[in-house]
Write a protein that binds this ligand. Structure first.
Ligand SMILES: Nc1ncnc2c1ncn2[C@@H]1O[C@H](COP(=O)(O)OP(=O)(O)OP(=O)(O)O)[C@@H](O)[C@H]1O
Ligand SMILES: [Mg+2]
Length: 282
């Protein structure tokens, strides 16, 4: 069970003088239960690809299939397939319209016909998955912190019970504590069996939290692999706008001196690898 995008080409304003190629032959896949990041500089095509994954956009050529079924614009499958893939837009809280978090979260499932106890249970479950305290459910989202609002937006998508959750820059604009909190929530969501696809320009976060990473550059996929493989690739092939975190650079330096350490190590692991190398007998 997977979303598979194969050789996707997409242009905005196709057939007009303003035509702009945003994706040029991109392939990408994510299986249920995986956590995958899509990274790249601004304008590299990340949001365009994210919107293909839940069929908001359709390729000009190439294909996108969800659990083995591909869909064309307007096809009867599209609605049900789209429900399987929840898309959390960048700055989703700008689209809030309800007066309470509860109403915001219940909107989509009630549109799908859910009512009564089922609807209440669905809202509670989605709020719990997104790390929202029950006492917050009756608050106005506009009175909440940035991190809490982002969780409400995630809960409102999870309430559709998707199998795949695609988030476009979910940590944008949050402070350090908000970012850490959200990363924890995404790990928990993935532990519930959902696939989590995270669009980000934050390479450090992608290296730390992904099973696999896709690197986009000007609409093309320039690398795809494990965090380890991507760090090694980027050390030799810098991509504009993707900054190697200092810990990864340091780890690469240690490795070039024969010290065996993972490029995704944090500071404590780097320190202990260095100590071990200096005093191998201890
Ligand atoms: N609605 C649109 N009309 C025309 N061109 C667009 C439109 N949306 C995006 N583009 C262009 O397509 C390319 C890819 O844009 P996209 O938004 O997918 O990039 P991105 O990697 O998400 O960038 P960012 O990090 O800034 O969000 C860019 O050159 C962008 O200017
Ligand atoms: Mg974008």
């Amino acid at each position: 069970m997977a979303i598979a995008a194969e050789d996707v080409f997409y242009s905005y304003n196709a057939g007009t003088p303003a035509e702009h190629a945003a994706l040029e032959g991109v392939s990408f896949s994510v299986e249920r239960g995986e956590r995958v990041s899509i990274v790249g500089h601004t304008g590299s095509g990340k949001s365009t690809l994210a919107q293909h994954l839940n069929l908001l956009l359709f390729p000009r050529s190439g294909s996108v299939s969800i659990d083995g079924v591909s869909s064309k614009p307007g096809s009867p499958d599209a609605r049900e397939l789209r429900r399987k893939v929840g898309l959390v837009f960048q700055y989703p809280e700008t689209q809030f319209f309800a007066e309470t978090a509860r109403d915001e979260i219940r909107f989509a499932p009630s549109n799908w016909g859910m009512r009564g106890d089922d609807l209440d249970a669905c809202v509670d479950e989605a709020a719990d998955a997104a790390g929202i305290e029950p006492s917050l459910l009756d608050s106005n989202p506009f009175s909440m912190s940035g991190g809490q609002r982002r969780r409400v937006a995630i809960a409102s998508v999870i309430a559709m019970k998707p199998d795949y959750l695609v988030l476009d820059e979910p940590t944008a604009g949050l402070d350090a504590a908000g970012v850490r909190g959200l990363e924890r929530i995404l790990s928990d969501i993935r532990a519930r069996g959902l696939a989590v696809v995270q669009v980000t320009h934050d390479l450090e976060s992608a290296l730390a939290h992904s099973d696999r990473i896709l690197v986009l550059e000007r609409g093309r996929a320039v690398a795809s692999g494990t965090p380890e493989e991507i760090a090694v690739f980027l050390a030799d092939n810098p991509v504009q706008g993707l900054l190697m975190p200092p810990t990864a650079r340091f780890a690469m330096g240690l490795r070039s001196r024969g010290i065996d350490v993972s490029v995704t190590s944090g500071v404590p692991e780097l320190v202990s690898a260095l100590e071990k190398a200096e005093r191998p007998d201890e």
